[in-house]
Design a protein around this ligand. Sequence first.
Ligand SMILES: Cc1ncc(COP(=O)(O)O)c(C=O)c1O
Length: 284
Amino acid sequence: MPDLAYVNGEIMPIEKAVVPIEDRGYQFGDGVYEFVASYEGRLFMLEEHLDRLERSMRELAFDPISRSEIKAAICDLLKRSGYPRAGIYIQISRGVAPRNHAITPDMAAQIIMTIRPVKEIQEDIRKNGATAITVQDTRWVRCDIKTVQLLANSLAKQKALDSGCDDAIFVSDQGIVREGTSSNLFIISGGKLITHPLTDYILPGITRTAVLNICKAADLEVEESFFGTETLYGADEVFLTGTVTEVLPVVRIDGRSIGDGKVGPITRRIYDLLRKQALAGGSA
Ligand SMILES: Cc1ncc(COP(=O)(O)O)c(C=O)c1O
């Protein structure tokens, strides 16, 4: 079965899918997206992803779209692909119109989706931990909305790769540690987990919520508070969370070892609990 695309109700092989050149997503970054993954043919936390998609559209004042239509299309793609471990990308742009900053009324939202097998994190990185650099957070100030404007994220990721690391961590001008280029970030200090609170400056990650719930159930102490780079460097353990990232240990940041430079036991435990939940088809 080829990788598939969905374009406004039609399903086709990905290479056949095209969008109009005056799509506002293409010209203005005026679009929102989600990425949802399946485990053994079951989509993990689909309803939570749909909730966030609806919120993103509301925040940008898009005309509402039927949730059941989007959900049916996602499930249909998954079924047709036959992929047990699928990654489904869903993008909704405001619409197509002659290029103009002003938003004209009555634009029809453009809904596109693609489905491919999930590109898993490399086995050695998953096992031994990732390395990261910190970068200045140059993104716009509504990082809580999952828009397609990912240039700063893409450039930061490439900077990390060019410097021989796996990912980059955004740090504000005031020195506050925000999140990864496509993941949220947790640190563990003295047995307590700390992560950035939900503000306009980070994405409300679905995996972040799953991890918070796992910690609650496992009686692990968690705090949502701001912290700086010195606290990050001095943490016992650091990990990133995301739909594909799952729970990924970070063992070296800006050339400094985190803890003893090895994957920590709490990170490993949370990863195992998340995998267990995902494979059981559970929700947060
Ligand atoms: C900037 C950013 N933060 C966090 C996340 C993690 O979100 P989720 O757990 O919903 O995949 C993502 C995922 O794409 C992201 O792009």
